[in-house]
Design a binder for this molecule. Structure first.
Ligand code: SF4
Length: 551
């Protein structure tokens, strides 16, 4: 019965105030302001119960009285609604102040399959090798051995990632961006090879036996911890504890970020970045370019020369993956057949254009991700495991849609901003945050890339990035047999398609009505990372890694 009818029948009965109908219009109830510090759901329930009781007892209660009664029966509000993140947690923002990361630190070319388990360890042992060469000649003359110990996730899943081969390659002076993947393949095929390492006048022989898979559990500062030592018999000449913190970034005990020039437009949140863009009537990509130039001291041409190199490398990795034989089998015990070429060919035969589009994006992502699984060169965007996501969209924009290069360059800068913010406030490491930190961030970056390349305004770029990240929250990391293949390769395809979906939604909705802001979702990423069971953080101890039995 509608309120008006209730009133009419009450009047007919000569009743001054009608009884409330509990099924009547509740808008007055809902539109009441929720008192400060009160949980909305509890308040509404108690308020409704109060109203129903009034109907049953025949007592009329005004909305204000209902509010007072509902509040009086509520339990005392909790002092803090969201638990603070533990300060000793790595995923808590460690770097105070504005973001100072630059594109050449962020997008790294190196061998797959994992930026934290191959590129990071290779950079670490290369760094140690450089430090060791600085020791006095008399010390170096006594050196007998180089030794690498892998701990935590590096030890738990390093074998599947080829971490020992990457670590040895760095020790013998190979760098991730220029190493020939065939060198790493040769270490796999002939594991007994011995290499001379020259330190001053001294030459030390090293082999895979010098890389030790050590404790998987312990009180490590970071889940991806390793030590490198130069020994003279049992005496330690030089020792350094390192951390491969995700995305190929490395740190070490006592690490302090390098001093850099201040950015032209300082920002530490998406809100601040977007505010710079809007107040300067420009795009986020242009703000990023100005910051890149002021932090690194590079010219615009130099910044774009680097983004071009990365765009070309991404296109090349997709092309290379698509060119692989449909009968190719990826290395490792899963015996996974590559399928990028098959999916692409068959998708092109689909009747509907939309099906062809989704099939093609998936195939591009599979292609780049399978290259990662082969240990070939990939680009961290932000990581090796997620190395199929951004290249899929870049390839689609450059090779299929023929978007002007300048737009794709700007997209790369906007995508980098998304990656920086996730690194700054949460993590890019699956060992800390599960797959949401890899594929989730990659998808979010790819959504920002796409929106920027299609000239969307800053609000749409933020919304697209937010949406893609939001729908990866909670995603665990459970690579089967410790190999970055299942679920990783298909997951890249899903990340790429979700990036496109996020762009499609963001560019078609009314931007100002998007209710979740990017910064809140990054906080949710950090919080979820903190509370995720460690079994689901690149340890291959749970999830698919447990349920899939290889035969
Ligand atoms: S499951 Fe995700 S995070 Fe884990 S290795 Fe695979 S791609 Fe990386």
């Amino acid at each position: 019965m509608a309120n008006k009818e209730v009133k009419k029948s009450a009047d007919a009965l000569g009743t001054a105030t009608p009884r409330e109908d509990p099924l009547a219009d509740t808008r007055s109830l809902i539109s009441q302001e929720i008192p400060h510090g009160v949980n909305r759901r509890s308040f509404l329930m108690r308020s409704a119960v109060g109203g129903a009781a009034a109907v049953m007892t025949g007592c009329s209660v005004s909305p204000e009285e209902k509010t007072a009664k509902a509040v009086a029966t509520l339990p005392a509000p909790a002092a803090v609604t969201a638990p603070p993140l533990a300060l000793d947690l790595h995923v808590v923002m460690k770097e105070k102040g504005p973001i100072l990361t630059t594109v050449d630190e962020f997008y790294k070319v190196g061998p797959g399959p994992s930026s934290s388990h191959t590129i990071g360890p290779m950079r670490i042992t290369y760094d140690f090798y450089q430090r060791a060469t600085q020791l006095p000649a008399d010390k170096l003359a006594t050196a007998t051995k180089l030794q690498v110990n892998l701990f935590g996730s590096l030890s738990a899943t390093g074998k599947g990632h080829g971490t020992e081969r990457a670590a040895l390659a760095g020790l013998v002076g190979k760098e991730p961006a220029t190493v020939d993947p065939k060198f790493l393949d040769s270490l796999r095929d002939k594991p007994d090879q011995v290499f001379p390492v020259k330190l001053g006048d001294k030459t030390i022989n090293v082999s895979l036996k010098d890389v030790i898979y050590d404790a998987t559990k312990g009180d490590f500062k970071h889940p991806n911890t390793m030590t490198v030592k130069l020994l003279a018999g049992s005496d330690v000449l030089l020792e350094q504890e390192y951390y491969s913190v995700g995305g190929g970034f490395i740190e070490w005990k006592g690490y302090t970020p390098p001093k850099k020039n201040p950015p032209k437009y300082p920002f530490a949140t998406m809100k601040e970045l977007r505010a710079h863009a809007e107040s300067n009537k420009t795009t986020m990509a242009k703000i990023m370019l100005a910051n890149e130039m002021s932090i690194s001291g590079k010219s615009e041409a130099e910044v774009y020369a680097f983004t071009d190199k990365i765009i070309n490398a991404m296109v090349a990795t997709v092309k290379s993956g698509l060119s692989m034989s449909e009968d190719d089998v990826l290395p490792g015990p899963i015996k996974l057949h590559s399928k990028a070429a098959t999916v692409y060919k068959r998708a092109m035969d689909d009747k509907f254009e939309s099906d062809r589009g989704i099939g093609a994006i998936s195939a591009f992502a599979l292609a780049a991700s399978e290259e990662n699984g082969r240990g070939h060169l990939v680009i961290t965007a932000p990581t090796g495991g997620s190395a199929g996501v951004m290249p899929a969209l870049v390839y689609g924009l450059v090779e299929v849609r023929k978007v002007p290069l300048q737009k794709v360059r700007e997209g790369m800068l906007a995508a980098a901003a998304v990656g920086y913010l996730c690194k700054h406030h949460a993590t890019l490491s699956a060992a800390e945050g599960g797959c949401q930190a890899e594929i989730g961030v990659a998808s979010s970056m790819a959504a920002a890339l796409t929106a920027t390349a299609f000239d969307a305004d800053s609000h749409v770029v933020e919304n697209a990035a937010e949406s893609a990240l939001e729908h990866h929250l909670g995603m665990t990391c459970d690579p089967v047999a410790g190999y970055v293949q299942v679920p990783c390769i298909e997951r890249c395809a899903f990340g790429a398609v979700k990036a496109w979906t996020a762009y499609a939604i963001a560019s078609n909705e009314i931007a100002s009505r998007h209710r979740i802001d990017f910064d809140a979702t990054v906080l949710a990423l950090a919080q979820t990372a903190k509370e995720m069971n460690s079994k689901y953080k690149e340890t291959s101890e749970a999830g698919l890694a447990l349920s899939v039995v290889l035969c």
